[in-house]
Ligand binder design. Sequence first.
Ligand SMILES: Cc1cc2nc3c(=O)[nH]c(=O)nc-3n(C[C@H](O)[C@H](O)[C@H](O)COP(=O)(O)OP(=O)(O)OC[C@H]3O[C@@H](n4cnc5c(N)ncnc54)[C@H](O)[C@@H]3O)c2cc1C
Length: 389
Amino acid sequence: MFDFLDLESELTDEERLIRDTAREFVDDRVRPTIGDHFENGTFPTDLIPEMGEMGFYAPNLDGYGSPNVSETAYGLLMRELEACDSGLRSMASVQGALVMYPIHTYGSDAQKEEWLPKLGNGEAVGCFGLTEPEHGSNPSAMETRAEADGDGYVLNGSKTWITNSPIADVAIVWARDNSAEDDPVRGFLVETDRDGVTTNEIDDKLSLRASITGEIGLNDVHVPEENVLPGVSGMKGPLSCLTQARFGIAWGAVGAARDCFETARAYAKDRDQFGGPIGRFQLQQRKLAEMGTQITLAQLLVTRLTELKTRDEMRPQHVSMAKRNNVRMARNQSRIAREMLGGNGITTDYSPMRHMANLETVYTYEGTHDIHTLVLGEEFTGIPVYSSR
Ligand SMILES: Cc1cc2nc3c(=O)[nH]c(=O)nc-3n(C[C@H](O)[C@H](O)[C@H](O)COP(=O)(O)OP(=O)(O)OC[C@H]3O[C@@H](n4cnc5c(N)ncnc54)[C@H](O)[C@@H]3O)c2cc1C
C-alpha cells in the first residue's frame, strides 16, 4: 500500500496487526459487496457484531472490554475502514467516538456497565443526536428540551441526519435542561423503544448511501434521572465527542484518498490508449504525482496530530485543521482519480466515484469545511466571527 515516506516502519507490532486485520476484514467481507450496498442504499448490518468482535468500536478506550490500543492503532483502523467506504468508517466512528466515548467519559458506573460491553461487541447499536432540522452548524441553538418530571425528565424535540438512528437501540440525545438555571445542554441516554420515540429513515441520499441515516422524533418521552449523563453539562459534552470523532475522520479521509490513488494508478498502468498504457502520458503522471504528494502530506498531518493526542496535548483547533485539510484533499483527489478512469470511473465497479459522493457528506458533517475555517480564523486572529450561545 502507498506509504511513500515509509511512515509505517515506525508502527509497533500491535499497530501493524490491527492495520492488517482491518484491511483483511474489509477486503474479504465488505469490498465484494460494497458497490451493491451503495447502489441499494443499505448497510451490511449483519457485519455489526463481527466488527464488534474484531474490536472496531472504540478500541482506544480503557476498560469495560475495550483493549485500550494506541491512538495510532485507532487512526489506522479508521483509515482502513474508510479505504473501503466512508459509511463503514462512519458506523465505527459513531458507535465508538460519539456513543461509547461520552458514556465512558461522562457516564455513571451503572451506565458504563450496562452499555459499554454490548456497544463494544456490537450486540447493541448507538446513535448521537445533536443536529436538528433548524440547527446544524450552530447546535447550541437547539430547541430540544428536557423538563424535570417526578423521578426523571420529559423530552420533546426532533433531531435529523442521525447516523444509525433507525437501527439504534440507544440514542445519546443532547437537549437543553429547562429545569436548571440557564438551561444547560445535557446528554440523555434514550432507549429507542421508549414511548414517544420515532426514528424514521432518510432514504433519498445521494452520498454515504452505504450508511443508515434517520431522524429522532421525541414526543413527551419520559426518561428516568439515571439516564442523564452525570459528568458533563453544557456544549462541552457534545463538542468533546465531536473532537474524538473528527480525529478519526482526519485519518479516515487518508484511507479514502489512498484507495482512489491505488485504483487510478493500477488503471493507468493497465488501460491502453494510442498503443500503450495511459500511465505513460505525462498528463496522467502529473495527476498521480499530485495525488501521491497530497496523500503523503495528509498522512504526515495526522501522524503529528496523533503524537499530540497521545501526549494529551491535542486541541480541538488542531483537529479542525486536520479534518478540514484531509477531507478537502480526499474530496479533490477522488475527483481526479475518477477522471483518470474515464467512462468506467462513473460506475460502482470502481471506487473513486463512490468515495467522491461519500466525501460530500464527510465534508459537511462533524463541522462543515466552512465552520472549521472559522475555527482556524479565530485561532490565528483571536477574533471570533460568529457567536454561539
Ligand atoms: C449523512 C449524514 C450523516 C450525519 N450524521 C449525523 C449524526 O450522526 N449526528 C448528528 O448530530 N448530526 C449528523 N449529521 C449532521 C451534520 O453534522 C450537519 O449536516 C452539519 O453540521 C451541517 O449542518 P446543516 O446540514 O444544518 O447545514 P447548515 O448549518 O445549515 O449550513 C449550510 C451551509 O452554510 C454554511 N454556514 C453555516 N454557518 C456559517 C457561518 N457562520 N459562516 C459561513 N458559512 C456558514 C455551512 O458551511 C454550509 O455550507 C449528518 C449529516 C449527514 C449529511
